[in-house]
Design a protein around this ligand. Structure first.
Ligand code: ACM
Ligand code: ZN
Length: 758
């Protein structure tokens, strides 16, 4: 009965709107198919719908008129000609109420909470804080995208009651504007996108070895010198924001519920500053702004009081611009080499009773923290600040995994999680795709419940060494940041990747409106293998439900792609090329993998030495799976042995004649991977007596930073080749990393991909 009355009332309303007399059935979006991101904590479905058109009266008080107007303008920039605003009157029909109320019961005590109650007659947005109201407005802005009815010239909002609040209070994006510089316009675009997804922290990485991006009046050389670097062609690269830019940015962010946390790196990642003020370094320079990527040994001298004067002056001007409670001081990756060899630093250690350079770093950080605290601010730094002792009030951002964060939480420090495993947007989709970042949980699985509240949230980190321009930046940040936005806002019980993926597809037009050159969600396909009695099979796995896959062998006669349906038996050598398709269009690049068909394929391998758990490849089948390694040593084809020789035996199952045995070894000194010193191949009929034995020895050790693959081949010069059932390969490593390398004395790696028996 009630329903009938509502229906009649709506009919009257529709008629009174003077719409088309042949009223088509209204197409109301089902609550279950709403595209909201991040998904609200709770949505209770109602009956009917609210028609947002020019008949609607808005009610809100003067003090939140900005928010009231925002709601109206979010709906009516295209459709309404006469929005009615009424601050006093109340009405039961067709009204939109925006209410800031002390009495609003905030779920989970969240000051960010809001309630959006939509019925046939009213739309009511309620929150205790303006912050909460703004999140409610973003939900309305997203609803707008999906609910416009052309025939009605109105937004048809399904009746429902949304109660929403975030799981974590710190939902951030780190933007590195130092390795590559991105101007004010780019930052503002990112703030717009962050607002849309209820992200609330922009962590702005402002200083680095490669550039300083903020003016400090007391130290003008920070812009004249530190903001610029010379590339290998002698071109000047760089830039900096003006203080006006930065103030504008801060205000723009604040109006969008976003805090900008500036990061001023110390004591390391500071070479650009030292290029301008070398007197703050341990040996006085000269020092240049870095035009390379990595970790560099020039850091602020901890024994020099003028270092602290300088940093306090800098931080004073930083605090004038940035009102954030937290100031990020970096603290990561500070090599102690200069401090170890600096008399001033050593004297400081003696005077302060510090037992090593880690304690000196701790002294450095604590001294800076004292200054920030005196100025009413809190310090946050990377997890290295735990080393050598952490002051009680500092917060930690965990990046080298979650352990630092866990340790900090257990000692009651606030923690922001951004581990490399899930949150590094500079990593490729092969290691962190959308589903991976969506699977992230900032709470470590083994953290006791009593410490959960110390994990205040997470960030995705956009380091820009390999991100030269805005298009590139967009394609790395989006859509993965949106995945993290939902992880940090929505409780796991309300989250489901497939549903998120469905909703996300409908957000791409919005990103296009924002002129965001978003990238892919994943690489289209992953290749796995099955080792059956009948042979080796290649399985192509699509990484998203709505993809299809096609493949071809690039050396085949017929080069047409075939639709992938069933596992492909490995019966030929060649390069397999796989193309994923979405909606019939190519999705991502062609994925390529080299295969070799040989006599050892799928045979039994016995390991007398163990491969390392970090680089297993296909485990016991890796050396006989037919897959060879690429120049990317993380491609999962390489098996790594650390501090170990390789000693493996392949059982061919029966006596065979074969003419050659070969294997590839990887060489990349930067990652401590060295090609072997000696390789020996032996052949046996019974696995005990080895009647063939051949050795190759290599004396050159490559300490350069070049990546290469060394092929070692044994070839029989007899007509029938070798005869045997067992093939044993022993590979001697160079041993410890040699002198002249920064990791001299550490265990080295040996990397091998396949033992090919022809
Ligand atoms: C970092 O990635 N060095 C914090
Ligand atoms: Zn020093």
């Amino acid at each position: 009965m009630v329903k009938n009355i509502i229906t009649i009332a709506l009919l009257i309303l529709i008629v009174s709107c003077g719409s088309n007399s042949k009223q088509p059935d209204l197409d109301v979006v089902a609550v279950d198919s709403l595209n909201l991101i991040p998904y609200p904590q709770s949505i209770e479905k109602g009956d009917g719908y609210f028609k947002m058109n020019e008949e609607v009266y808005f009610f809100f008080s003067e003090d939140i008129s900005a928010e009231g107007w925002k709601v109206m303008s979010s709906f009516f920039d295209t459709c309404s000609k006469k929005v009615k605003l009424n601050l006093e009157a109340d009405s039961d029909a067709n009204t939109c109420h925006i209410i800031l109320s002390e009495d609003f019961e905030t779920p989970e005590n969240s000051v960010e909470a809001y309630q959006l109650d939509i019925t046939n007659n009213n739309l009511t947005l309620t929150a205790k804080t303006v912050t909460g109201l703004r999140y409610g407005i973003q939900t309305l802005v997203q609803l707008r995208e999906q609910t416009y009815s052309k025939t009605e010239s109105a937004y048809i909002l399904p009746a429902m009651n949304i109660v929403d609040y975030p799981r974590f209070q710190h939902r951030g994006l780190l933007l590195d504007v130092c390795r590559h510089y991105f101007d004010l316009g780019v930052v503002l675009k990112y703030l717009d996108a962050m607002e849309y997804y209820k992200m609330n922290v922009l962590h702005l990485h402002l200083t680095e070895d490669q550039g300083w991006r903020m003016p400090i009046e007391k130290y003008p050389l920070l812009n004249e010198i530190s903001s610029w670097r010379l590339d290998t062609n002698g071109n000047k690269y760089g830039g900096y924001y003006t203080k006006e830019d930065l103030k504008y940015m801060v205000d723009y962010a604040a109006g969008r519920n976003i805090t900008i946390i500036p990061e001023i790196e110390l004591p390391g990642h500071s070479q650009a500053a030292l290029a301008a003020y070398p007197q703050l370094s341990c040996n006085g320079g000269p020092i240049e702004v870095v035009d390379d990527w990595g970790v560099f040994k020039e850091i602020y001298c901890a024994g020099n009081d003028s270092t602290f004067t300088f940093l306090e002056d800098v931080l004073t001007e930083v605090m004038e611009i940035f009102p954030s409670e937290y100031i990020h001081i970096g603290g990561d990756e500070a090599p102690k080499f200069r401090w170890e060899h600096c008399s001033k630093c050593q004297k400081r250690m003696q005077d302060e009773g510090l037992k090593d350079e880690h304690e000196l770093q701790s002294y450095f950080i604590k001294r800076i923290e004292g200054f920030l605290n005196e100025n009413g601010r809190k310090l946050i730094g990377w997890d290295e600040i735990l080393e050598g002792g952490l002051s009680p009030t500092a917060a930690v951002q965990s990046w080298r995994g979650m352990d630092g964060g866990k340790q900090a939480a257990e000692t009651k420090h606030e923690v922001v999680m951004s581990p490399t495993s899930h949150c590094y947007l500079d990593y490729g989709l092969g290691s962190i795709d959308l589903e991976k970042i969506y699977s992230f949980d900032p709470i470590p699985t083994d953290l006791a419940k009593e410490y959960y509240s110390y994990i205040i949230g997470g960030e995705c980190n956009m380091w820009t060494e390999h991100v030269p321009d805005e298009d590139n930046l967009d394609s790395k940040v989006f859509p993965r940041m949106i995945g993290l936005a939902e992880v940090l806002w929505t409780y796991p019980e309300q989250r489901d990747f497939n549903d998120f993926y469905r909703r996300l597809q409908n957000h791409y037009p919005v990103l296009e409106e924002l002129e965001i050159n978003y990238g892919l969600e994943t690489i289209g396909a992953t290749l796995t293998q099955e080792f059956r009695d009948t042979g080796v099979f290649i399985i192509l796995n699509k990484n998203l439900p709505d993809l299809t896959l096609k493949f071809r062998w690039d050396n085949a006669q017929d080069t047409n792609y075939l639709n992938y349906e069933t596992p492909i038996q490995l019966i030929r050598s060649g390069k397999l090329q796989v193309q994923a398709l979405k909606n019939g269009k190519p999705y991502g690049n062609v994925i390529e993998q080299e295969f070799v068909k040989h006599s050892g394929l799928n045979k039994t391998v016995t390991y007398a030495t163990e491969y390392n758990e970090w680089y297993t490849g296909n485990a016991e089948k890796n050396l006989v799976d037919g897959k060879t390694g690429s120049i990317d040593f993380r491609d999962d084809n390489w098996q790594g042995f650390w501090g170990n020789d390789i000693d493996v035996t392949i059982d061919l199952g029966e006596r065979q004649n074969f003419i050659g045995v070969s294997a590839n070894f990887y060489q990349y000194a930067n990652s401590w991977i060295f090609s072997p010193k000696r390789v020996t191949m032996q052949v046996s009929l019974d696995g005990e007596r080895w009647h063939e034995k051949e050795t190759q020895t290599f004396t050159f050790v490559d300490l350069s930073n070049n990546k290469s693959i060394q092929k070692v081949q044994f070839h029989s010069d007899r007509m029938l080749g070798y005869l045997g059932r067992y093939v044993r390969l022993t590979v001697e490593s160079i041993g410890k990393v040699p002198d002249g390398h920064e990791a001299a004395g550490q265990d080295s790696w040996l990397f091998i991909d396949e033992i090919i028996i022809q």
